[in-house]
Design a protein around this ligand. Structure first.
Ligand code: SF4
Ligand code: SF4
Length: 171
């Protein structure tokens, strides 16, 4: 089962620290150039503000990912751990962007590649010690890494709750 980052909108305070941490995680020493407009600010997590709600949106690392299915270049793959974009194969057709049901896939200019539009998405900060930078930096604990074990733990708790409700009418 793929691991993914899950957000809790009820906790999110809309500070956008996760977006900044994402950019820094992918740009490293070049992060400072973003402020001088030499490189695009292209986070792989987007904080959406709607009415009274702020919610970070990012890739769910779908098991049967629509973006993988529609890519005509075979540029998007998954290996059981994460759904990846191979920038060397992507030619920017945007089919993945249209297919993504949560709006997580983006197509745009990436740092250092000003002449090409490329697809990009959350890669779980695979190369970063300590895992996804957005999770580490969020001051409100609104982001959580969900893996198979965590999902089973949550589902198990809900099953027990449901069983008690069925048996005793408890809440
Ligand atoms: S860092 Fe946390 S609280 Fe701030 S916008 Fe991102 S998810 Fe919301
Ligand atoms: S980019 Fe969208 S469709 Fe592709 S794995 Fe992520 S959430 Fe699923």
């Amino acid at each position: 089962m793929h691991t993914f980052v899950l957000s809790d909108p009820s906790r999110c305070i809309g500070c956008r620290a996760c977006e900044i941490a994402c950019v820094k995680a992918h740009l490293g020493d070049y992060t400072g150039r973003v402020t001088r407009r030499q490189m695009p600010f292209a986070p792989r997590i987007t904080v959406v503000h709607e009415a009274e709600v702020t919610a970070p949106i990012q890739c769910r690392q779908c098991e049967d990912a629509p973006c993988v299915s529609v890519c005509p270049a075979g540029a998007i793959t998954h290996d059981g751990e994460v759904v990846r974009v191979d920038e060397s194969r992507c030619f920017g057709c945007k089919a993945c962007m249209a297919a993504c049901p949560v709006g997580a896939m983006q197509v745009g200019h990436l740092p250092g590649k000003p002449d090409r539009l490329l697809a990009y998405k959350c890669d779980l900060c695979e190369d970063r010690d300590g895992g996804p930078a957005c999770v580490a930096v969020c001051p409100a604990n609104a982001l959580k890494i969900m893996d198979g074990g965590e999902l089973q733990r949550i589902a198990g708790g809900r099953r027990r709750h449901s069983a008690l409700q069925v048996a005793f009418g408890q809440r």
